[in-house]
Structure formats: C-alpha cells, structure tokens
Design a protein around this ligand. Structure first.
Ligand SMILES: Nc1ncnc2c1ncn2[C@@H]1O[C@H](COP(=O)(O)OP(=O)(O)OP(=O)(O)O)[C@@H](O)[C@H]1O
Ligand SMILES: Nc1nc2c(ncn2[C@@H]2O[C@@H]3COP(=O)(O)O[C@H]3[C@H]2O)c(=O)[nH]1
Ligand SMILES: Nc1nc2c(ncn2[C@@H]2O[C@@H]3COP(=O)(O)O[C@H]3[C@H]2O)c(=O)[nH]1
Length: 679
C-alpha cells in the first residue's frame, strides 16, 4: 500500500514537472506569437498602401456590423412652448449644485453660459421611492437627470455598474435625440431628481437661437456700412461672428490704434471717448444693438475714438480679414458655379425608369460559400436592406433598396423617405447614385438604383487601414463635385461618411443614401438634429440652426478619416464624441502632410461662416486648396481621369466587393396609412 502510494506520489510529481514544462513552452509560444503579430503589424503599417488582402467579402451578421448609424431627433419644434412640468425656483445652493454638476459633465460643460443658465432655470423636480426605476435599459430616452438628493444604482443586463449620488448627471444624451437607454438606473434610497425633457430643451434652445439671429439681423440692418448687403450676405456675416465678453473698464477699441474689428453690442453699455487736449472727453454712450468700429471694415484707418466697457459687456465681433473672406467688399455678389456645373452635368443620362418593371427584377444569388443559393444582399442600413437584382431579359444589375413602410412610420421618417426619392429622381450627376425606378406594395417601398459594383469606401478603408494621399484626394474630389451639384440645387446632404460612399466600376466615388438630405432657402437655417455623431458639425449639436456649411465640416472629418483610418472626434460614447467636437481641435498624426492638416483645419472651423467652402468664393476655395495639388477638375467631371481607387476593387463575382449577409427571414407588417401616396 505504502509502495503504491509512493509510486503515485512520484507519478504526480512527474506530471507536475511535465505540466510546468508545458506551461513554459506555452508561454514561449505565446510570446513568439505576440512578437510575430507585432512584426506583422509593423510591416502592415509600412506597406498598408501597397498590400491588399486577397480574401473575398466577409460573412456578416447585420447585428454586429460596426458601421456607424445616423441619428435624428424627429419631433417637430413648436413655435412656443407650454412647459408641462413643474417649473421650480431654485435657491442659491440648489443652483450651485446644478451648475457644478453641469460643469463636471463632459458634454454639458461645453454648452455656452446662456444654455447653462437656461437649463438651471428649466430643470423640473421629481421624486422616486427606493426600488423604483428611473430609467429602464432598452427603452427610448426623453429626458436627462441630475441627482438632487439620494442614491441610485446603475445596472446593465442585471450587472451592477456603479452608484450615483448628489450632483451626478445621467441620461444626458436623451436631450439631443431619442436614443436607446444603455443601462437601468434604479433608486436605492428615496431620491429627488432635477430633470429636463428633450422637447423642452430643444424647443427653448431652438427658439432662442432663432430669435437671436433675427435680433442680430435687425442690428446689422441698422448699419449704414452694411446697408447694401442682402439677407443672405448678412446671415453669412452672423455665421462668422464670435461672441466676446468684456469686464467693466476694459478698453475694447483704443483711439489711434490699428483698426481691424467690427463690433455689435449684445449686452451692456460702451462708453465712447476722445482725446481732447490731453483729456479723455466722453462723446456718447452706446447700448444693446448699437455697433462700432465699422470704419475698419472698409478703409485703412486708425481708430478715431476709444470705446470701453461700462460694466460687463458682451459683443458680437468680426475681424476685417474674416469679413473680407465672407463677403467680397468690392462687388457684393455671391459666388456663381453655374458654368462649372453645366460642364459637370454633361453628358446627360437617359432615365430608363419607364422600361423597368418590378416583375422583371429577379434576385441575384451567391454562387459559392456559406450562403450559396441565397439572394445577395449588398448592405443593411438603419432603415432598409439593399439587395442585388437583375433583369430577366437584358441581364443588367441593379441595387434595390427595400424599406419597411411600418418602420418608416414608427420612426417618423415619411417625409425623409419621400424627399430621398424626390432628390434621387431629380438628380443627374455622375457623383451621385442614379435612381432607375421606384415601386411600393403593402409592406415595403423599393428604390431601384444603379449598382455600384466596387463596394463601400468604408469597407475598403477598414481593409487597408488608411488611404494614401492620392486615393484620399480622389475620393474627396468626387464628393466636392457631388456637393457642388447638390448645393447649386439648394440641397444639403447632411450624412457624409465613408459608409455612404460607393465605388463604381471605374473607381469613381458616388454618394448614396439621401435619407437626411434637405432643401433649404439660401440665408435660412434649419434646426433638426440629424447626422452621424462623428460627422456632426458643432452648430447641430448646439441646436443653433444649421445650413449648407455642415457639409463642409463633414468634408473635413472625411478627409481626416480617409487619411488616418478613424475620425478626428471619436469615442465609444456619443456624448464624448459631442464634447470633443465642441472642443474642436483634432489631433493630427505625425505622418499627415501640412497640406492635409491645413485643409482639415479650414473645413473644421467651429464658426460656420469661416469654414472653407462657405466663405465668399464658395466651393471654388475648396477646389483651389493646395491639398488637391494638380487635380484636373475638368477631367474628373467628364470621367477622363484614371481613378487610383481601381486597385482597391477586387475582381470576381459581382458581389465580391461586398460583405455577405444572411437571408432576411422576417417579413414587414402591412401598412395602410397612405403616407406613400406620392412615392
Ligand atoms: N447603389 C448601390 N450599389 C451597391 N450597394 C449599395 C447601393 N446603395 C446602397 N448600397 C449598400 O447598402 C448599404 C445600405 O444602404 P443605405 O445607406 O442607402 O441604407 P439605409 O438603410 O438608408 O442606411 P442608413 O442607416 O445609413 O440610413 C450601403 O451602405 C451599401 O453597402
Ligand atoms: N451604460 C452606462 N450607463 C451609465 C454608467 N454610469 C452611469 N450611467 C448612466 O446610466 C444611464 C442610462 O441611460 P442612458 O443610456 O441614457 O445614459 C446612461 C448614463 O448616463 C455606465 O457605466 N454605463
Ligand atoms: N470718431 C467717433 N467715433 C464714434 C463716435 N460715436 C461712436 N463712435 C465709434 O467709435 C469707434 C472707434 O473706432 P473706429 O474709428 O473704427 O469707429 C468708431 C465708431 O464706430 C463719434 O462720435 N466719433
């Protein structure tokens, strides 16, 4: 027995030693693997522009595809607001708590003083008993909260994440749009909360921004110097102006100094004095709506008087340089791209919609692989699915977008859908996907588009990491031409991102997905919250009203993402993305060229009026930027340039440049409300 035990012990010891040796070998192997991976990564980063993976499209479960979804706040903004909630007067310590909470929150702290003050004023109070849910994971959010007193717990899928206490902010993204709640927040003790509904927030901010613009317009119209400018030009000046604050006795303008800025007083009073025999003599006192320093905008003069703040003063100011970039002083005309655009439109395409019948379209099937025999799906977006179809008789391929009518109604996207079709139908541009026909039945609406065989720029970018400069320049140039065409027709695109750029057979880039495009009268603003978080301009996030300038902001973001592989303002949490955008300073990697940095920083200027593309020469200034080097815009327009993007396109079955999607087993419900009568 003892001998057996001894043998067993020896065997165990032997086994232990073997295990240890195996563990050591494993560790060695792991280390070698890591080293190999690192080497591969290094090689990959050195040769990313040359290498191209040889395998065909990946199998994709639509749930896990990591392209970025656009967001939208779809409620209409009423002109006036009846505040349903209990508006509570706050005492000093409550105000202090709220302001501190806002200041320590990533996103809210970027709002301006006026918006913060308004928030303090409008927060309503609510109470919850221990155990009650304040927020339920997965539901749609409609308000944000600040903890006034008590303790709460945050859980996600039943897992405890953290506790929240007095002064903590939660659910703040919901004041921007109807996002899904990412966690459950439950009262642990009895709690008192400050809360603000999105509808309240957006209505107040929007109406305030509108009023402010109207007021500034009124102020500018009283200026004799600016009297010859029309509303569109005045609106552009407002877009370029910056708010500046002064304290009591601050000298804003000093007599005899060089002059280069024009001011409008928004708040407070300004004293105008002049030096008379060595003494400062007061000439006048100016107040809200009055302006000074306008001489500087038209002629080289030294300041003729001193203007100083009498108490705290807020002004809206514009520098001479910026003013001249915004409005051509010599001849006050807006840019005219009509000649260029006439060239861009040629040659005209014929619209074959009359010959295309729904019953003649058949799905194309995968010819090999896991999904062999299944219909080919080219893409799945937030609203629809795009399938590859062909015609029975002449074998042409089309991309057919199919969207559930019920889903459109549920998401209140009826108008957007009708507009998307209207725009695509009216569009004849080589840089915008062509629409051949549209159909509808009880469950779906369908749009039959030209098939962009080269796939998404987004997929190509993920495959190679980042683009070399010639490819990025080429892709961006195509977008610039699409913009020139759309803006000329007074259409903003509003959803630029690599996911919405497709390659045609020649490697030319086309814009797809016009779900967020909108027609806008020049000089007017729109106040909806739309776009993809990473690509959103600061004025959209701040609900200040936006226009065509948002497309130039997103162009800057696109150039950055094409060259770097990820966008300049990014995070896994949308509120952090918005905070970064409002900070507005992208970090440029060392390998980025000076020309690229220059064009990105000019396109991503926070003030829309100062943005390249939106200044006095319009889109011509973008085309003329040195980053485009010797781009031959004419050859590009007529399709005579060799596209450097062709080397990104794989050869093989027609779906080889697309990810593969499993067949859609679901069937949308029927929808009878009739919104699609005009579709
Ligand atoms: N003309 C086309 N040719 C080839 N593929 C296309 C075409 N149009 C769309 N696709 C593919 O289908 C995907 C979804 O299309 P689209 O973006 O129009 O749908 P959506 O539901 O409106 O998406 P989103 O969520 O961006 O609003 C695209 O990203 C692309 O991969
Ligand atoms: N998802 C998540 N939410 C948290 C966490 N800590 C606090 N919260 C808050 O819980 C809230 C749940 O609803 P939201 O997704 O609107 O916003 C969430 C956050 O404000 C956390 O660690 N993860
Ligand atoms: N010289 C002068 N400037 C005035 C008077 N009232 C207001 N101002 C403003 O004071 C500003 C001082 O700088 P500017 O000379 O550029 O433009 C001047 C006017 O806009 C006035 O009576 N005389």
């Amino acid at each position: 027995m003892e001998k057996q035990l001894e043998e067993l012990k020896q065997q165990l010891e032997k086994q232990c030693m073997i295990n240890q040796e195996l563990q050591r070998q494993n560790k060695d192997l792991e280390q070698r693997l890591q080293e190999k991976e690192k080497l591969l990564q290094e090689l990959d980063s050195q040769y990313h522009d040359l290498d191209f993976p040889s395998q065909s499209g990946h199998d994709i479960d639509p749930e896990v595809r990591k392209s970025r979804a656009a967001v939208i706040a779809s409620e209409p903004i009423p002109e006036t607001l009846e505040i349903k909630c209990m508006r509570v007067k706050k005492n000093a310590s409550e105000t202090n708590l709220i302001v501190k909470a806002i200041q320590k929150n990533d996103f809210l702290s970027r709002l301006d003083d006026e918006q913060t003050a308004m928030m303090v004023d409008l927060l309503a109070v609510s109470s919850f008993k221990p155990g009650e849910d304040v927020i339920k994971e997965g539901t749609e959010g409609d308000r944000m909260y600040i903890v006034a007193a008590g303790e709460l717990v945050v859980t996600q899928a039943g897992r405890n994440l953290r506790s929240l206490a007095t002064g903590d902010v939660f659910g703040e993204l919901a004041i921007l749009y109807n996002c899904k709640r990412t966690a459950t927040v439950k009262a642990k003790t009895a709690v008192r909360l400050w809360s603000m509904e999105r509808q309240t927030y957006r209505t107040i901010i929007t109406n305030k921004s509108k009023k402010k613009r109207e007021q500034l317009m009124g102020f500018l119209k009283t200026s004799r110097t600016l009297k010859d400018l029309n509303d569109v030009q005045l609106s552009k000046i407002i877009d370029s102006m910056e708010e500046v604050k002064y304290q009591d006795k601050d000298v804003i303008v000093r007599e005899g100094a060089e002059a280069n800025t024009f001011y409008i007083i928004l708040k407070g009073e300004v004293l105008v004095t002049k030096n008379v025999n060595g003494h400062q003599k007061q000439i006048r006192r100016m107040g809200k709506g009055e302006h000074f320093g306008e001489q500087a905008l038209i002629r080289e003069v030294l300041r003729t008087a001193t203007c100083s703040a009498d108490g705290p003063v807020t002004c809206f100011s514009i520098d001479k340089e910026v003013f001249e970039e915004t409005i051509p002083i010599e001849h006050l005309e807006l840019f005219d791209d009509s000649k260029v655009l006439q060239e861009a439109q040629a040659p005209e395409k014929t619209n074959p919609s009359s010959t295309l019948r729904f019953k003649d379209l058949v799905p194309v099937q995968y010819q090999e692989g896991r999904y062999q025999g299944d219909p080919v799906t080219l893409g799945v977006g937030g609203f629809g699915r795009v399938d590859l179809v062909t015609t029975l008789n002449h074998g042409k391929y089309y991309a057919m977008k199919r969207v559930s009518k019920k889903h459109i109604v549920a998401k209140r996207q009826e108008e957007h859908m009708l507009f998307e079709k209207k725009i695509l139908k009216a569009t004849q541009c080589d840089f915008i996907v062509g629409l051949h026909a549209s159909f509808k039945d009880l469950r779906y609406i369908y749009m039959v588009m030209e098939f962009c065989v080269g796939g998404e720029i987004w997929t190509k970018l993920k495959e190679v990491g980042r683009f070399d400069e010639p490819i990025a320049v080429f892709c961006t140039s195509c977008v610039v031409e699409a913009y020139a065409y759309l803006h000329k027709k007074n259409i903003m695109y509003r959803d630029l991102k690599p996911e919405n750029l497709m390659l045609d057979v020649k490697g030319y880039v086309k814009l797809v997905d016009f779900g967020f495009a909108k027609e806008l009268v020049r000089g007017e603003k729109t106040y909806s919250f739309v776009g993809t978080p990473e690509y959103m301009a600061p004025e959209i996030i701040k609900n200040q009203g936006h226009d065509f300038a948002v497309d130039f902001w997103s162009l800057g973001v696109l150039i950055y993402e094409l060259l770097v592989g990820s966008p300049p303002f990014s995070s896994s949490e949308p509120q952090k993305i918005y905070a970064k955008i409002l900070d507005g300073v992208p970090k440029y990697p060392p390998y980025m060229s000076e020309a690229a940095k220059s064009i990105i920083s000019k396109l991503c200027r926070p003030r829309p009026g100062q943005r390249l593309g939106n200044t006095k020469n319009g889109i011509k200034d973008v085309r003329n930027h040195r980053w485009f080097g010797s781009m031959n815009w004419h050859k590009l327009r007529v399709g005579q340039l060799d596209a450097p993007t062709v080397r990104l396109i794989r050869k093989g079955p027609c779906y080889i440049n697309f990810d593969r999607f499993p067949v859609d087993q679901t069937k949308a419900e029927e929808e009878f409300s009739g919104w699609d009568r005009e579709f």
